[in-house]
Write a protein that binds this ligand. Structure first.
Ligand SMILES: [Fe+2]
Ligand SMILES: [Fe+2]
Length: 367
């Protein structure tokens, strides 16, 4: 039912005496709820974000140009951010999530800092880049997934002899700002001194259901880097073991190995495999999702609009928007990395999901 004239909805008809009354309330910093109630309490979740695709091939030259225009020392972070056309005012790529493309040339480094906002990275291209998170150094290879949880010191650099490393950043900045709880600090030394072996958490938490005997009581995963090679292998193994999800193909969630829960309290991530020619059914759910094409080509239909994608393209699915994905190749895998705000949605009990039941379970493409 979505009829705003039914009993239980605000259905006061406007009258001159009401206008006078509203004006008096406004003067006293007050208002009549029935004038806004139907807007602020929609029948179903209503996203302000626009389904959007960011074409990597088109953006890449501009990301490279940023390296000619500013230094990472002056920019803080030299990033081209992905602005959702209807969320620019809160610097969001979708919902309350921020995303951007960061470039680091050979020999460069960016100063150490920390913030209340949590961050994650998905490496798009280049070799030789590294990040140091609370003293642990992680080398960054293409398609690797790395977390920089809330409050952890982090700095980045590129030790390659030539070329550029480009990675996608994902942060909960808009959410933390909406909560009016963000903080920012710069590290007094400019760069952290890395301790111990590089990638030591990746070496310690090798999955396979095994945990090292260390105490870990923080609210985020002790595993910082999830190498793509391992994730892709795990997807292949899953595909041999069971049937795909009707809405996601073969999908695996990145987890905090000590809890099995999401990697961080505010942002989760997953990786999914669409086998050759696979096309999922459409569904909708609460939570905002940013997808990056890790491999292959295909398309997604989001809110009736078709978005064709290929490797390194990025696209978003706003909360409650109907969506479905298809691998466009008859012989090659398509792999999608994605990050989301599901830990927030789930921990607040706000997760809703509904299959799209019209016709054959696929949307009619309207544009
Ligand atoms: Fe940061
Ligand atoms: Fe979905």
């Amino acid at each position: 039912m979505t009829d705003d004239t039914v009993l239980g909805r605000a259905r006061v008809e406007d009258r001159p005496e009401l206008q006078e009354y509203y004006a008096k309330l406004e003067e006293l910093s007050a208002g009549a709820l029935w004038t806004v109630a139907n807007d602020i309490e929609p029948w179903e979740p209503k996203s302000k974000s626009t389904p959007t695709l960011w074409n990597y091939e088109a953006l890449r030259p501009l990301v490279l140009q940023a390296a000619e225009l500013v230094t990472p020392q002056d920019a803080g972070r030299r990033v081209v951010w992905l602005a959702n056309p209807s969320r620019r005012e809160v610097s969001a790529a979708v919902g309350w999530l921020y995303s951007g493309l960061q470039i680091m040339l050979a020999g460069e480094w960016a100063p150490a800092h920390r913030h209340a906002a949590a961050a994650l990275r998905f490496i798009i291209e280049g070799e030789g880049a590294y990040t140091v998170v609370d003293g642990e150094r992680a080398t960054l290879g293409a398609k690797d997934f790395v977390i920089t949880p809330s409050g952890t010191w982090h700095d980045h650099g590129n030790e390659a002899k030539s070329g550029a490393a480009i990675w996608q950043d994902g942060l909960d900045i808009p959410f933390v700002n909406a909560m009016e709880a963000n903080t920012y600090e710069v590290h007094g030394d400019g760069r952290q001194t890395a301790e111990g072996e590089s990638n030591r958490s990746t070496a310690s938490y090798t999955a396979a259901g095994l945990l090292p005997d260390t105490r870990w009581d923080r609210r985020y995963s002790p595993l910082l880097k999830y190498p793509f090679e391992r994730s892709y292998e795990a997807l292949g193994s899953l595909a041999e073991a069971q049937a795909p999800s009707p809405y996601d193909g073969y999908v695996l969630r990145f987890t905090n190995p000590t809890t099995g829960g999401h990697v961080m309290p505010t942002m989760g991530a997953q990786i999914q495999l669409l086998t050759p020619d696979e096309a999922t059914q459409a569904h909708r759910h609460t939570g905002s999702v940013m997808y990056t094409v890790a491999k292959g080509e295909g398309h997604s239909v989001i809110g009736g609009k078709r978005f064709d994608w290929k490797e390194n393209d990025i696209f978003c699915v706003p909360s409650w928007e109907v969506h479905e994905h298809a691998n466009g190749s008859a012989s090659e895998d398509a792999v999608l990395f994605s990050f989301n705000d599901l830990p927030v949605i789930e921990s607040l009990g706000l997760y809703l999901e509904r299959p799209f039941e019209d016709g054959d379970g696929h949307q009619e493409v309207t544009s």
